[in-house]
Design a protein around this ligand. Structure first.
Ligand code: CA
Length: 233
């Protein structure tokens, strides 16, 4: 099956990287642009299935890009607005955007909006959350708070269990460092990436066949971590 194509238009390279990594992890082929002019070129060349479009661009703004695209296409468009600018949101919807994201946004918000607009055109993006999470030979029993690897129980500290479960709830998605730190350790630890690095290392010792060459918990350099669903085939 051909992957859906996402066009991401954003001139802030850290946000662009974050969105791109997560859309790729969600199964999109991603093309990107950092200016309005580039966005129109990429739109014509790639024929994307969805567009994530920042409003503040260095040449012309996201509204103009949206207007141009709407003259020829109904492709879903999600605008990225600066925090709290209600006028931008209204104008974006007026020029034909389907939805919007306010900066700063978490991976859940991004994917929720993307999934919501994609669901309007196709119906296979949703997964319910069960009592037990099974990722290949790794099983997390949420009710009993136990973890099994190849049928053997493995002992995790409460923090490691929380961390593993948090990543598993975002399976196949790149979760940024600060988001994990905030969720597991708390707000004031957002910048304490060493906590995370150490715990990920310990977790890998316990669940990976070769901790130096991890298959489950992969590092997305400069962005965050992603746990993968290793289906036994
Ligand atoms: Ca911008």
């Amino acid at each position: 099956m051909k992957k859906p194509i996402a066009l991401v238009v954003e001139d802030e390279s850290n946000i662009l990287r974050f969105v791109r990594a997560n859309l790729r992890a969600s199964g999109f082929e991603v093309v990107s642009a950092m200016t309005g002019a580039e966005a129109l070129v990429q739109f014509a060349a790639a024929d994307p299935n969805i567009i994530v479009l920042d409003i503040m661009l260095p040449d012309f703004d996201g509204f103009d890009v949206c207007r141009h695209i709407r003259q020829v296409s109904d492709v879903p468009i999600i605008m990225i607005t600066a925090k709290g600018e209600m006028q931008d949101i209204v104008e974006g919807l007026n020029v034909g955007a389907d939805d919007y994201l306010r900066k700063p946004f978490a991976v859940e918000e991004l994917l929720a909006r993307v999934n919501a607009v994609m669901r309007r055109i196709e119906n296979d993006f949703y997964q319910p959350s069960p009592d037990q999470i099974k990722l290949g030979s790794l099983v997390i029993d949420l009710a009993q708070r136990r973890v099994f690897i190849n049928g053997q129980t493995t002992h995790l500290t409460p923090t490691e269990f929380k961390l593993l479960t948090y990543l598993a709830n975002h399976v196949d998605k790149v979760v940024p460092h600060n988001q994990i730190l905030e969720a597991i350790w708390g707000d004031e630890y957002r910048e304490c990436t060493h906590y995370l690095r150490v715990s990920i290392g310990r977790l890998r010792q316990k669940i990976e066949a070769d901790p130096g060459n991890p298959e489950y918990i992969v590092t997305c350099s400069g962005v965050g971590y992603m746990i993968r669903n290793l289906q036994v085939s």
